[in-house]
Design a binder for this molecule. Structure first.
Ligand code: FES
Ligand SMILES: [Fe+2]
Length: 428
């Protein structure tokens, strides 16, 4: 349970808020490259951390992320003309380059120098690993580019998608690091989904619905270990990675690719869920890519032309009560992604955490909240760079492993919890 002030701190990420300052310390997934597919293509509206921005790609292929609104009289530059290395406002022709610098004010004589004094807010936008990353913080503190292992893989080894989620980012994150719900909410999918089935770990998950949790701090966030019974007195451990502020990696199954999510605030009541899969030592198979593109694993089928899922809150996620009753799906909603999303959105845009009743399986969530609040306070009050900004904190892997009963996972799986280029993931 949290006090209202604590819930506000954790869930509010607009300009001037402590959690907003924290998020502005990192490179954040902002768009997919497919949204800006060619030079001089139409600009894209991007709302991030409650700021209304516009992304565009100029004549030379440079990306820009600038204030959505024209400095003259506030027209949305989404209506702008993308021409000759700049975006021109259609109202009176003021033109801006990818840095937000105004380069032309047609009504003023060029020699007046007027347009040099006009500059829109702008942020760097960089393509890496199948994602366009934005950094919304101060230029002096801009960190090195992200080093998440999936983003350093060849394109053949990874798959990335995004979808809009209609609730606060923290509800998403808390679902992502809550390993205990898998035995319930997802139990119908484990042996059906092509990216999950055939794993020995599935049986441990289904047989032992009362995992014991052990959570330890890592450099960048937390290692959240869920221990279930295996054979001969051994334990099956699923160790989830959380790296601050909004990255999670789900423990893998068999030789399937591994993956996870980022939850990036659009505003305080909506977020982007970016989903990645990758295999560290082989290209994804064609049938895996097909499955991922058609909504399997962590991905969804979209309403055409949008990043909104076909199953969404307006149609009750196409819940099938007969499938629920028959146990084909546990909640009646189909697919991992919309099972998670439906549950998380059902709490309302921002859940009231003053009313919850937490239990021991919520330890990971409790520790993540406290680490977030501590880091935001240290940043705002003393300028301390938060965990997860350092690229070495990002070189991690989630692990599923069977260990003897007397071995703590932090020691026994120490090497497997690191990104190890050229080596397969530890997976059961
Ligand atoms: S409002 Fe954009 S040029 Fe006038
Ligand atoms: Fe889930």
């Amino acid at each position: 349970m949290l006090r209202k002030e604590q819930n506000d701190i954790l869930t509010q990420t607009g300009p001037g808020t402590p959690m907003g300052a924290l998020f502005r310390s990192y490179w954040l997934p902002a768009l997919l490259p497919e949204e800006l597919p060619e030079n001089e293509c139409p600009p894209v509206r991007v709302k991030l951390l409650s700021e209304r921005l516009l992304a565009f790609r100029d004549t030379q292929g440079r990306y820009g992320l600038i204030d959505e609104f024209c400095a003259h009289r506030g027209v949305s530059l989404w209506f702008g003309r993308n021409e000759e290395n700049g975006l021109r406002c259609p109202y009176h022709g003021w033109k801006y380059d990818v840095t937000g610098q105004c380069v032309e004010v047609p009504s003023e004589p060029a020699e007046s120098g007027f347009c040099q004094k006009i500059k829109l807010k702008s942020y760097p936008l960089v393509e890496r690993g199948g994602i366009l990353w934005a950094y919304l913080g101060s230029r002096e503190k801009q960190p090195p580019l992200p080093e998440w292992e999936f983003a350093t893989m060849p394109a053949s080894h990874r798959f990335v998608s995004k979808r809009v989620q209609e609730c606060n980012w923290l509800q998403g994150l808390e679902g992502g690091i809550d390993s205990s719900h898998t035995s319930w909410l997802h139990r119908g999918e484990l042996e059906k989904d092509p990216l999950f089935k055939g794993s020995k770990g599935n049986q441990y998950n289904l047989d032992d619905t009362k995992p014991y949790f052990e959570v330890v701090e890592s450099d960048g966030g937390l290692n959240i270990g869920a221990r279930r019974n295996a054979e001969h007195g051994k334990y099956y451990w699923r160790i989830t990675q959380w790296v601050m502020p909004a990255f999670s990696m789900v423990p893998p199954r068999a030789d399937h690719p591994m993956g996870g999510h980022f939850w990036i605030p659009i505003d305080d009541e909506n977020c982007w869920t970016f989903n990645y899969e990758y295999h560290p030592v082989r290209p994804l198979h064609a049938d895996e890519v097909h499955a991922l593109k058609t909504g399997k694993s962590r991905h969804v089928v979209y309403i055409p032309g949008t990043y909104r899922a076909v199953a969404n809150k307006d149609n009750d996620y196409l819940i099938d009560r007969a499938a629920q009753k028959a146990g084909i799906t546990y909640s009646g909603v189909a697919g991992f992604a919309m099972q998670d999303s439906s549950i998380q959105e059902s709490m309302g845009p921002v859940v009231d955490r003053t009313k919850e009743n937490l239990v021991t399986t919520d330890n990971g969530i409790i520790m993540a909240r406290h680490r977030l609040m501590r880091a935001a306070k240290a940043l705002v009050e003393n300028g301390v760079t938060p965990p997860g900004v350092d690229p070495t904190h990002q070189k991690v892997r989630a692990v599923s492993i069977v260990l003897p009963p007397d071995q703590p996972f932090k020691e026994a799986a120490k090497e497997q919890l690191k990104a190890r280029p050229g080596m397969a993931h530890a997976s059961v």
